[in-house]
Design a protein around this ligand. Structure first.
Ligand code: 5GP
Ligand code: ZN
Length: 113
């Protein structure tokens, strides 16, 4: 746990978040500034700064993040259309230095005609 990390604080229960799904390794909660009708974050409980800091021992866990994504999109009813997105580094718009996967979905399909 990194004391000044907002996501570590959420993991520790010191900061509130709207929890959607939890496993031993991950939390999934709604983003406070949603960029899509459904916007949740898949966050490993372990503090890892970004994809660049992933170590060999973390790779299997990150594989399981996709299993978490499958469960979450099913639960949220967006399985038929969603985006997964990871920002790495300030230049790419990473604001929180604790690895997370954005899940975006919930758009209405434009009706033909
Ligand atoms: P990044 O830009 O680092 O890829 O994404 C960080 C995301 O975390 C942003 O979409 C931002 O809205 C969200 N966020 C930042 N602080 C908090 C917080 O305290 N609680 C929640 N639920 N989301 C946060
Ligand atoms: Zn952290």
């Amino acid at each position: 746990m990194k004391k000044d990390c907002i996501f570590c604080q959420i993991v520790a229960g010191e900061s509130p978040a709207k929890m959607v799904y939890e496993t031993e390794e991950f939390l999934v909660f709604t983003d406070i500034h949603p960029k899509a009708p459904v916007h949740v974050l898949i966050v490993p409980r372990k503090h890892i700064v970004s994809v660049n800091e992933l170590e060999k021992d973390d790779l299997a866990m990150m594989g399981r993040a996709y299993q978490v994504a499958q469960e979450v999109v099913q639960k949220l009813g967006i399985r038929d259309g969603y985006q997964l997105h990871i920002n790495v580094g300030e230049k790419a718009g990473q604001l929180v230095d604790h690895l997370h996967i954005h899940v975006w979905g919930g758009w209405k399909v434009k009706q033909a005609g």
